[in-house]
Design a protein around this ligand. Structure first.
Ligand code: GTP
Ligand code: MG
Length: 440
């Protein structure tokens, strides 16, 4: 049993960047051979009730699945807040360890434990020492998916930079294990606490320097890409720029395909799109640029969002934002808030917007019995009522569609035409683009 456990344990080790001279950085790759299994961990706190925690864990499970890992068990603990030392209470940690050991006895290996919040270097180190399996947190899992998804040079560079940003403050942890393996060049480096300071520290300094050098190289490369992109954007002529934004998996790419009749990769996985695609779309006689970009998600650290600056420039510089919402998702209201907050962080709170409620075909609600006196929840609202209340709330600045079944598609084109035309006339008052005739 022990051997199989250490196999997984070591497999995460062998992907350290220093071991192959930084040339081919694979980092925490969740997918390698057979389907991996994951245990999820979340906290229930005064700020995050049980229902919320479960919603977060559902999402974490979807993320794990996207990365290729099957969730076999969830653990939650009620606490006032995470422990700075072990995140969970020590009793809960031992319970998880007992579970992992029991599973191993039964020939069912647990490949990893995934925590729903970002872990500090200290927490990671202590948890790993206790559980002795691969430990991921929400951030490193998302980064792993990003690494899997990155196609273009731009996206790859951004992901690599984000991974180092995540790794740098946690280096000590990597070093500790190098030490444990008896590694470290030079003499006198030994196991245990005694030899810990000598070669280990040198190794740490070296790793840090290599990483910092690599990071400045990547930043340089991104700056070059940014310059190229800025030039490209400058050459695009006088067209209004519309950006599709929204939570991940809401249907942005599907809508992009529909509106531009293009083939952008869309699938039922999180972060199907990582880089921005821009297409020229013509509605009636009006051409404009439509961009599709990376989806947003909860608990995404701001510096991670920052790493995607060049991807998000398209959003930042858009004249009009189309906020796509998956109305069939139970947490769509929460998702709207996350997107609004992210947009505000990007400095586009003032950009004109409209909301598209997508996936009306998949919307479901539970009809309450007439003798059921409990208050109606948002799960009890029929679609028509939901449409009415949101239309009121957004002052009519929204539309309900199904990109899949093309419900209300003509109306959508009409609304888009109207809004883009207004913006176009404002921005380019002397532009006769509008009045020429364009064929689709
Ligand atoms: N039922 C239903 N499914 C839809 C609709 N629109 C899109 N989908 C599905 O939703 C899933 C996600 O669609 P995408 O277009 O990839 O979503 P996205 O917002 O681009 O996702 P990311 O790029 O991952 O952020 C796919 O499986 C689509 O087929 C719709 O109107 N109804
Ligand atoms: Mg997409």
């Amino acid at each position: 049993m022990k051997t199989s456990r250490s196999k997984h344990y070591n497999s995460s080790r062998s992907s350290l960047p220093f071991e192959d001279g930084m040339s081919n950085v694979k980092y925490h790759h969740v997918i390698d051979d057979s389907p991996e299994t994951a245990v999820l961990v979340g906290l229930i706190t005064p700020h995050q009730n049980e229902r919320k925690t479960n919603e977060y864990l559902d999402e974490l499970q979807f993320l794990a699945e996207t990365a290729g890992a099957t969730t076999v068990k969830r653990f939650t603990q009620r606490m006032n807040g995470p422990s700075s030392v072990t995140y969970l209470g020590i009793g809960k940690l031992q319970e998880i360890r007992a579970y992992i050991e029991a599973e191993e006895e039964a020939e069912r290996d647990i490949s990893m434990v995934i925590f729903d919040d970002e872990l500090s270097a200290k927490q990671l180190r202590n948890i790993e020492a206790e559980l002795k399996v691969k430990i991921l947190d929400r951030t490193s899992l998302i980064l792993d998916i990003f690494a899997m998804r990155a196609q273009t040079a731009n996206a790859k560079t951004q992901v690599e930079l984000a991974q180092y940003r995540y790794m740098l403050p946690r280096l000590q942890r990597l070093w500790t294990h190098l030490e444990r393996q008896g590694g470290g060049s030079g003499s006198g480096g030994g196991k245990g606490s005694v030899g810990l300071r000598g070669p280990g520290e040198t190794q740490l300094e070296m790793d840090r320097r290599i990483i910092l050098n690599r990071m400045s190289l990547l930043k340089q490369r991104l700056a070059d890409i940014d310059r190229q992109k800025a030039t490209q954007r400058g050459n695009r002529g006088r067209m209004i720029r519309v950006a599709l934004v929204g939570y991940t998996n809401v249907g942005k790419s599907t809508l992009m395909n529909l509106l531009s009749k293009s083939e952008v990769f869309a699938e039922n996985k999180l972060f199907a799109t990582l880089d921005t695609t821009v297409r020229k779309v013509i509605v009636d006689n009006l051409p404009f640029l439509l961009s599709d970009t990376v989806g947003f998600i909860r608990k995404l650290p701001t510096d991670l969002v920052d790493s995607f600056k060049s991807t998000l420039d398209e959003v930042r510089e858009a004249d009009f934002l189309v906020h796509v919402v998956d109305v069939s998702h139970p947490d769509f209201e929460d998702q709207i808030k996350v997107v609004d907050k992210t947009l505000a962080d990007l400095g586009c709170a003032e950009t004109p917007q409209m909301v598209i409620f997508n996936k009306v075909d998949a919307y479901t609600w539970v009809v309450k019995d007439t003798d059921d006196l409990t208050p109606a929840t948002k799960d009890n609202i029929p679609l028509a009522e939901l449409m009415k209340s949101w239309t009121q709330r957004l002052d009519g600045n929204c539309i309900f569609i199904s990109a899949k079944e093309r419900t209300n598609y003509d109306e959508l084109r009409e609304v888009l035409y109207k809004r883009v035309r207004e913006l176009h006339v404002q921005k380019y008052p002397y532009n006769d683009f509008l009045f020429q005739h364009y064929e689709e």
